[in-house]
Design a protein around this ligand. Sequence first.
Ligand code: ZN
Length: 218
Amino acid sequence: MRFIKFKNSDEKIPIGKLVCVGRNYAAHAKELGSEAPEFPIIFLKPASNVIYSGEPVKHPPHSNNLHHEVELVLYIGEDIKNATNETAEHAIHGYTVGLDMTLRDLQFQFKEKGEPWTLAKCFDTAAVLSEVVLKKDYKLRGDEIISLSVNGEQKQNSSIKNMIFPPVEIVKYISARMTLEKGDLVFTGTPEGVGRVVPGDKIEASLENIGKITTQIE
Ligand code: ZN
């Protein structure tokens, strides 16, 4: 079982489901050759995919195109269904930075055939997290800088204000369709600049005022 790691708290909360939003930055949708979506595109990852900053990402042998995606991640601190603006905001108890590691070659193959993306998004070490910063310690302004570099070269750099669907809208949308529970994590999508990494590459990612991730591909 995987547990949430908190900054400034020893609380032991098992990680629930990872609910992820696809194509939530217009410039990223464009770089994948896709339209900006009308509604959030939602997929899941299992908690068993989670590792933390400092641990290595294991490159699956069945892919030749492992991509990095840096994302703002919301920590859901209470069970919530059919959220309103107020209850959605209230249910977000904290934030962290995450990597949604993606097998882009498999994803394109699945998309072409109209098959589920599951195996392009789910593999051991496919979700890299930093410590969750509780909202009582820092409340997002909404224009924090999110960035990622590979071997010291900057690849992704944007502001979370460029998200098509902001956190409250995402939580409302998901919770109208499935209950979000205490311990769930919501990956809110990646800005443009995604790209391939290979064994030996070192990734550094950060979300302003929230945290940092360092990991190496193995
Ligand atoms: Zn993603």
